[in-house]
Design a protein around this ligand. Structure first.
Ligand SMILES: *Cc1c(COP(=O)(O)O)cnc(C)c1O
Length: 387
């Protein structure tokens, strides 16, 4: 049985996996202790749960547990990584390399630092939505302190050449930070294989709860130093003060454990459904895929429908199907997506695109319904505009 509305906006957020909720529940009631309480079993119990979650998160990305700092999500992780490095390494220089389709949580931090004297190079992506390792290498200067390139883009689903970028960063002795929010739990990510020094992730994009995430900070070869952005009780090795969100952290840990187990099967199933959705929608005249189809997450497709305004398209389908026209953070504005414009698309073409992001609980039936509903609506809008 189909249930409406159908949710195909998993890059904005995901539902909690019931197994995650189950793991979290005791930590709201019986096991409510403060993980920093050293003198009684309530605290020990909470601390033990946090330690276990730290292992689960670390295991998913090939890190050591003591390299994981819990945060309130990827926005905080992005801020902490970039500002923390910029402050700590200010004596070496203040040049940062990033790219023009990063999430706003990276771009706006860079803009903020520019106002305070930092220099930032925003590498332009090509028409596929990718930057090349050569672009990164050519941008490195003696005063470069950080390369910040996302693992996978939230609007396009495209996956950057992270391993090559990591190798270049290491060769030049520059730290490499990646916002891996969309990649972790969906494709295999390993901080050592990819030579990553800092990495942010968030629970709510991987079937965990909102408001909790983690920042990986490398402790060996090299040992990355980070100045705190939140000062207080000295939690998280003095890098991120504030009472730990124990239920959230337990949920994040469980979400990581489940993702590690289910990743391959999920990716296989979702890419099959994504491909059939994409193939069917590409059969409509004048439709096209935005971004590389080769270097891409398994569950995402961003499709443009030439001559169709996505506002009208969304109005036509959004009672039954939840998708988005850009990222959740910028979709409130009528501005065309800066990510699509970075691919070289004009405003009108950029405004004709929709992002479909499938998830763990998406069914074949939902995809079949989406194919017919989007198809009908696109055709109806085309007829309107030609009559
Ligand atoms: C969702 C997202 C963020 C923000 O994560 P929050 O946990 O919601 O703060 C950052 N970067 C990317 C690439 C995202 O997709």
């Amino acid at each position: 049985m189909l249930r409406f509305p159908i949710y195909l906006d998993h890059n904005a957020t995901t539902p909690c996996d019931p197994r995650v909720v189950e793991a979290m529940l005791p930590f709201f009631t019986q096991k409510f202790g403060n993980a920093a309480s050293r003198h009684h079993p309530f605290g020990w119990q909470a601390e033990e749960a946090v330690d276990r979650a730290r292992e689960q998160v670390a295991a998913l990305i090939g890190a050591e547990p003591n390299e994981i700092i819990f945060t309130s999500g990827a926005t905080e992780g992005d801020n902490l990584a970039i500002k923390g490095v910029a402050e700590t390494y200010a004596s070496k220089g203040s040049h940062i390399i990033t790219c023009n389709i990063e999430h706003k949580a990276v771009l706006d931090v860079c803009k903020h630092l520019e106002k305070r004297g930092a220099e930032v190079t925003y590498l332009p992506v090509n028409t596929e939505g990718l930057i090349t390792p050569e672009q990164v290498e050519a941008a490195i200067r003696p005063d470069t302190v950080l390369i910040a390139i996302m693992y996978a883009n939230n609007e396009l689903g495209t996956v950057m050449p992270v391993k090559e970028i990591g190798a270049i960063a290491r060769k030049h002795g520059v730290l490499f930070f990646t916002d891996a929010t969309q990649a972790v739990g969906k494709i295999s990510v390993d901080v050592n294989w990819d030579t990553i020094d800092l990495l942010s992730l968030t629970a709510h994009k991987m079937y965990g709860p909102k408001g909790v995430g983690a920042l990986y900070v490398r402790r060996r070869n090299p040992r990355v130093k980070l100045s705190a952005q939140l000062h207080g009780g000295g939690h998280e090795r003095d890098i991120r003060s504030g009472t730990l969100n124990v239920p959230g952290i337990v949920g994040l840990g469980k979400a990581c454990e489940i993702s590690a187990l289910d990743m391959d099967a999920d990716a296989e199933r979702l890419s099959r459904m994504r491909d059939s959705l994409e193939t069917a929608l590409l059969d409509l005249e004048g439709s096209f895929v935005n971004g590389s189809r080769e270097h891409r997450l398994p569950h995402v497709t961003n499709i443009g429908f030439k001559g169709v305004d996505n506002e009208g398209l969304l109005m036509g389908i959004n009672k039954e199907i939840a998708v988005s026209s850009g990222s959740a953070c910028t979709s409130a504005s009528l501005e065309p997506s800066y990510v699509l414009k970075a691919l070289g698309l004009g405003d009108e073409v950029a405004r004709s695109s929709l992002r479909f992001s499938l998830g763990r609980f998406t069914t074949e039936e939902e995809i079949l319904y989406t194919i017919s509903k989007v198809g009908e609506t696109v055709k109806a809008l085309r007829e309107l505009s030609f009559s």
